[in-house]
Structure formats: C-alpha cells, structure tokens
Design a binder for this molecule. Structure first.
Ligand SMILES: Nc1ncnc2c1ncn2[C@@H]1O[C@H](COP(=O)(O)OP(=O)(O)O)[C@@H](O)[C@H]1O
Ligand SMILES: CC(C)(COP(=O)(O)O)[C@@H](O)C(=O)NCCC(=O)O
Ligand SMILES: [K+]
Length: 245
C-alpha cells in the first residue's frame, strides 16, 4: 500500500510516499502560500497512492489539501486523537500543533525516549518526551528566518541577507554583523532553552533537531546529538502505518 504523507507547515509543505518500508521514497515540497487546487494537480500529477495522511498547522491550506486529496483516496488528518503510541501529559492536547505531535512520534521511534526534539521551522519548537513515552510540553520561539525577516522589515537601513555561517563574531559589514546576530545569537537561544529544560527535568535527555534551519544552527550546538531532516515525515509514516495498515 502506498500512503502519501503531507506535512503542511507555515513555510513549506512537504510530501513523500510511504511504501511499507522504513525509508521514504523521495520527498518534495511546495511553498505553503502556493498551495492551491492548481498547484496540487500539477505537483501530484502521476503520483499513485492508496491513502493520504495530512498533518497541518495552516487551517486555510488544510481545507484545500483535504478537499483535493479526499477526492483521490481515503485520508486521515493527524490530531491528538490519532494513534500516536504516546500519552499526552498536557492540559489541552487539542491545542498542540500536529507537526509537533508528528515530531514526538518520530523521535521516539528513531532515536528513543526520553528526548527533546527541536524543529527549526517558521517557528522553532522544542518538544519534550519522557521515557514512558509521554508528550510533556515544550517551548515555542520565533524561527530564524522569521526573526531576520522581521528585522529587515522594521528597520530603514538593514538589508535582507543570506542566512549562513558568519565569517566572524565581530562583523565587518552590515550583512556580516546581521549573520552573526542571527546564527550565533540563535545558537545561544537554543543552548539556554535546552539547559533550562534539562535543569527542570533533572535529567540529561538527548536532543534531536529537524526543520529547514537545523543543519546551520546545530553545527554550533554540541548539545544537539542528531540532525534528522525528515523527522516529521517519519513521524507521519509511523502514524499512517497504524491508521491504514
Ligand atoms: N529552500 C528553502 N525554502 C524556504 N526555506 C528554507 C529553504 N532552505 C532553508 N530554509 C530555511 O528553513 C526555514 C523554514 O523551515 P521549514 O522546516 O520548511 O519550516 P516549516 O516547517 O515551518 O514550513 C526558513 O525559515 C529558512 O530559513
Ligand atoms: C508552533 C507552530 C506555529 C510551528 O509551526 P511551523 O514552524 O512548523 O510551521 C505550530 O506547531 C502551531 O501552530 N502550533 C499550535 C500551537 C501549539 O503547538 O501550542
Ligand atoms: K514544521
């Protein structure tokens, strides 16, 4: 059975096909703002699948994905009521972003629990999973791209610049100084949040990173043990196996 997995997040909507193995057979993405019946017809043309699992944190685009895919195959929308294989130790589980639930499922299966998964996307999210495994809660902070874009928009003289490793901490140009603030500053944010999480838990749990900015930031954060770029899709694959197989 071929299952189409869809991670509809705020910047990019990622797709892949699960075909019963632990590998994902090719991933591709569409900018989320471009999701429409037309772009879906074009990008999914010729793709053959028997079911689809959608994880969405963008309601307007979720409605388009649901309508489009349900005309082709049975679909399941990931929620806190999906078979996640973990307890949700959280006052309002319905409020947890579906991508964060998928990350929690993915990290337990691929890296073990207890764990903290950090997703460097539009927002950066930290999610803590206990040994049980149970989802315990987490942290939401502005994402690296959103933060730097905002700085460019709210100032008269600051340019947009490439998010890349700064040549030095002490910038010798406006763009160099901004790269330093973004990349080095962001690593500081991550280290401090991880340290506080570990202090609060009284336990040295391992950290796994995913999301568009994971590789750039994790390179300078020794507390992050693994970067797993497709972790969310793997979480979806595991839930899809429970739902459809
Ligand atoms: N080709 C790309 N398109 C968009 N963002 C990218 C790309 N490559 C890296 N990024 C970075 O990834 C971030 C978005 O990460 P992503 O995991 O796609 O977010 P989300 O899951 O919220 O949609 C952007 O802020 C940007 O800095
Ligand atoms: C925190 C998020 C914006 C992250 O989205 P992303 O950066 O992956 O696009 C998303 O998971 C969300 O809208 N969550 C709902 C609120 C919550 O998780 O508490
Ligand atoms: K995401």
């Amino acid at each position: 059975m071929k299952i189409l997995l869809v991670d509809n997040s705020n910047t990019r909507t990622k797709f892949t096909l699960a075909e019963g193995s632990k590998e994902l057979s090719g991933t591709f993405w569409i900018p989320t703002r471009e999701i429409s019946p037309e772009s879906l017809s074009e990008k999914l043309a010729g793709l053959d699948f028997d079911a689809a699992l959608i994880c969405s944190v963008v309601p307007e685009k979720r409605a388009i994905l649901e309508a489009f895919l349900s005309s082709l195959a049975p679909i399941h929308l990931l929620t806190h009521e999906s078979p996640l294989g973990l307890a949700l130790d959280y006052p309002k589980p319905a409020s947890i972003g579906a991508d964060r639930l998928a990350n929690a499922v993915g990290v337990v299966a691929r890296h073990g629990s207890p764990a903290v998964v950090i997703d460097f996307g539009t927002a950066v999210t930290f999610d803590v999973i206990s040994a049980a495994p149970a989802y315990c809660g987490g942290v939401i902070a502005p994402g690296l791209g959103a933060m730097t874009e905002y700085l460019g928009r709210r100032t008269a003289l600051l340019p947009t610049f490439e998010l890349a490793e700064p040549p030095a901490a002490i910038g010798k140009s406006t763009a160099g100084a901004m790269q330093s603030g973004a990349v080095i500053g962001y690593r500081g944010l991550v280290k401090e949040i991880l340290a506080e999480i570990r202090r609060e838990l009284g336990e040295d749990i391992h950290a796994v990173a995913t999301g568009g900015d994971a590789a750039l930031i994790a390179r300078g954060v020794q507390e992050i043990e693994h970067v797993d770029p497709d972790l969310t899709l793997h979480g979806l694959r595991i839930v899809a196996e429970e739902v459809f197989l």
